[in-house]
Write a protein that binds this ligand. Structure first.
Ligand SMILES: O=C(O)c1ccccc1NCC(=O)[C@H](O)[C@H](O)COP(=O)(O)O
Length: 205
C-alpha cells in the first residue's frame, strides 16, 4: 500500500487527524515558509505522534549543527533536505535523510542518482518558497529515473482528485501533500482524511 506524508502541519487538531487517518510521515517546516513552526511548537505537536508515524523535519540550506540540534530536541526520524545541500553535507550530518529535487527537466531526475539517501522526493519547483507551491510537474520525466521505486516519494500539486492517477502512473513508495489538503491557506481535517483514504485505497482516479 502506498505510504502517505502530510507536510506542513502546524496545529494539534491536524496532527491528530493525520495520525488517526493513517499517515505514515508527518512533516514539520523549519525553513522559510508560510507553514514554518518554531522548535517549541514542533516539540508540542510531536507529543501527539506515535513512534509508528515518522516525524520529518524539512530544512532548506540549513547549518548542519542547527539541523542536528533540532532533530534531537523534536525527536525527528528523518531530515528532509529541500535546498541545494550537497551529497557530502547530507552524508556528514549522518541522520536518516530524504533529499528533495525540484523537477524542471530530465537532468534534475538524473542528478538524484548522485545522492545516497533513504528516500528521494520529487517535487515541482517552488514559487515564493522552495516547495509547497501546490503545482505539479510532468510525471513522465520520471520514466528514465535510476532510483528504485521503493525509495521514491512523489510530491508537488497532489490532491484528492489526482493522487489516484499519480499512484497508478508512477507507483511511488509514498505520496506527499501540503497545499492539496488546505482550504483557504489552512490545513483541513476533512481534506487530510480524504487524501489519505484515497491514496491508500488507490481506487479513485
Ligand atoms: O511547504 C512549504 O511551504 C515548503 C517551503 C519550502 C520548502 C519546502 C516546503 N514543503 C516541502 C514539502 O514536502 C511539500 O509537501 C512539497 O513541496 C509539496 O507541496 P505541495 O505542492 O503544496 O503539495
Amino acid at each position: 500500500m502506498t505510504k502517505v506524508k502530510i507536510c506542513g502541519l502546524k496545529e494539534i487538531e491536524h496532527v491528530e487527524t493525520a495520525v488517526k487517518a493513517g499517515a505514515d510521515f508527518i512533516g514539520f517546516m523549519f525553513a522559510p515558509s508560510k507553514r514554518r513552526i518554531t522548535v517549541e511548537e514542533a516539540v508540542e505537536l510531536a507529543k501527539a505522534i506515535p513512534s509508528t508515524v515518522k516525524k520529518v523535519g524539512v530544512f532548506v540550506n540549513e547549518e548542519s549543527a542547527t539541523i542536528r540540534q533540532i532533530a534531537k530536541e523534536v525527536g525527528l526520524d528523518y531530515i528532509q533536505y529541500h535546498g541545494d545541500e550537497t551529497p557530502e553535507q547530507i552524508q556528514g550530518i549522518g541522520l536518516p535523510a530524504i533529499k528533495a529535487f525540484s523537477i524542471r527537466g530530465e537532468e534534475d531526475v538524473m542528478r538524484a542518482a548522485t545522492y545516497d539517501v533513504d528516500y528521494y522526493l520529487f517535487d515541482a519547483p517552488g514559487s515564493d518558497f522552495r516547495g509547497g507551491s501546490g503545482k505539479s510537474f510532468d510525471w513522465m520525466l520520471l520514466d528514465k529515473m535510476k532510483i528504485p521505486l521503493e525509495k521514491v516519494i512523489l510530491a508537488g500539486g497532489l490532491n484528492n482528485e489526482n493522487v489516484g492517477l499519480a499512484i497508478m502512473l508512477v507507483e511511488p513508495f509514498a505520496v506527499d501533500v501540503s497545499s492539496g489538503v488546505e482550504v483557504d491557506g489552512r490545513k483541513s481535517s476533512a481534506a487530510i482524511t480524504n487524501f489519505i483514504e484515497t491514496a491508500k485505497g488507490e481506487l479513485i482516479l
